[in-house]
Design a protein around this ligand. Structure first.
Ligand SMILES: Cc1cc2nc3c(=O)[nH]c(=O)nc-3n(C[C@H](O)[C@H](O)[C@H](O)COP(=O)(O)O)c2cc1C
Length: 145
């Protein structure tokens, strides 16, 4: 079965409460059941997400996500076949906020703390998320049960 990696970017919908802890709880439950893994970065402006798994499952979850009113301006950055997962450890990792480390990663890869999907490509997004995920490794035991 083919493994797929999907990357998208969206803006938080300012008129709908995001309730991110609840969102992650639901994501972990659903993704675990569908053998999908990945990472979600959330800050007060935007979401960046990577979903990895078999093509049909990634596609089904992505279609649900695009119908969600908690975000707007959803931009599909890339959806490609891959040989292995880049984020295999979490059903859905959450990296939240814009602390100094995050700000420096954003500035280095995106040239700004706001991602412009017209100028930022999949490689920059993946590298930035990989760096940000290094901070989350201490969550591994709880997530890999
Ligand atoms: C930014 C964002 C990321 C999301 N990521 C996921 C996800 O990885 N997996 C998932 O099942 N739902 C995700 N959701 C939630 C879905 O849009 C949807 O609410 C949920 O899948 C419904 O699940 P339920 O029918 O079990 O309540 C996300 C929503 C948003 C706004």
């Amino acid at each position: 079965m083919s493994l797929t990696r999907l990357i998208y970017y969206s803006l938080r919908n300012p008129s709908v409460s995001a309730d991110v802890p609840k969102l992650i709880e639901t994501s972990i439950r659903n993704n675990r059941a569908m053998n999908v893994t990945g990472i979600l970065h959330y800050n007060k402006h935007a979401f960046l997400q990577v979903l990895e798994g078999h093509r049909a499952e990634v596609s089904a979850i992505y279609h649900r996500i695009t119908a969600d009113t908690r975000h707007i301006n959803i931009i599909l950055v890339e959806c490609v076949g891959v040989n292995e997962r880049m984020f295999p450890y979490w059903s859905m990792a959450l990296h939240e906020g814009m602390d100094d480390t995050t700000r420096s990663v954003f500035l280095r890869y995106f040239g700004s703390t706001k991602v412009n999907p017209e100028t930022v490509g999949p490689q920059e997004l993946l590298k930035a998320l990989q760096e940000l995920s290094a901070d989350l490794k201490h969550n591994l035991p709880a997530e890999s049960d």
